[in-house]
Design a binder for this molecule. Sequence first.
Ligand code: FAD
Length: 293
Amino acid sequence: MKISDILATKQPTLSFEVFPPKTTEVYESVLQATNDIAALKPDFMSVTYGAGGGTRLYTTEIAQNIKNAGVPALAHLTCVGATKEGMKAHLADLKAAGIENILALRGDLPQGVENTDGWEFQHASELVAQIKECGDFCIGGACYPETHPEAKNSAEDIQNLKKKVDAGCSFLTTQMFFDNSIFFNYLYKIREAGIHVPIVAGIMPVTNAKQMERIYKLSQAFLPRRFVNLLDKYGDNPKAMRQAGIAYATDQIIDLLASGINNIHIYTMNKPGNAALLQSSLSEIVPSCKKEA
Ligand code: FAD
């Protein structure tokens, strides 16, 4: 099923992100975690591609596995350093594997690389255009409520985002954020700029304090005082931190849903327990979270 069709229903949705194993040795445990998350029957699941130095080998396989479990799957794909020919072959493989949905990304530049002249892909919008040529895929893209770190300013970043959407994105998923007012402000600006595709809000439940350092490095998200207090108070107590982190994420999600933002994507970090806790906190609010008694 295409993600664009799911988002078009105007019902609240909750989807989960997983990442493939970084090494072959942990493949089975990651597969188990993704199966356990798929068993919760979320609205859809996404699978990252080479993020954070991980391998790109298993994205297709895991996405296929999710689809076979009856959950619509979204495969991430990056184009940094790729060739047009290589990408064409990869897209043919995705099509043969029955993948219908792709989150088209540029990917982070390798450390130390500043000059990308001569690279066949410079921006995700070029990947979006190529995917469109290669099949009837539903294509999504990434967006940044706190501005992409390489952009000069928010206005320029939003103009670039518009080019990506015009190239053929049917929806956008946001980078994680911990302050909803930043998201609401951004949404206003992108709608003003003529971007009207559905926006899926990315929420990260922070359930251990160590995770936070890595998250901050990845996203550089603003951390509201209320959130920092929670880390200070419960960071050394894993069980309390988990409870507080899930409560914080739930509170953010309910505020978004109550304000008319229907589509929420959870950076689940391969943790079925956290995904299940979030679903149960939203069981009367998001239809896919309600389980039969
Ligand atoms: P782009 O849309 O190309 O934007 C990158 C920068 O270029 C921005 O500053 C933008 O303003 C600028 N730009 C864009 N178009 C133009 C243009 N035409 N002219 C001039 N400047 C332009 N990384 C992974 O490796 N694997 C993953 O699975 C993954 N999943 C992600 C999922 C989400 C929801 C998000 C938010 C990020 C994800 N990332 C992933 C990280 C992502 O690859 C990085 O943030 C990367 O640095 C930018 O990717 P992009 O697709 O947003 O790039």
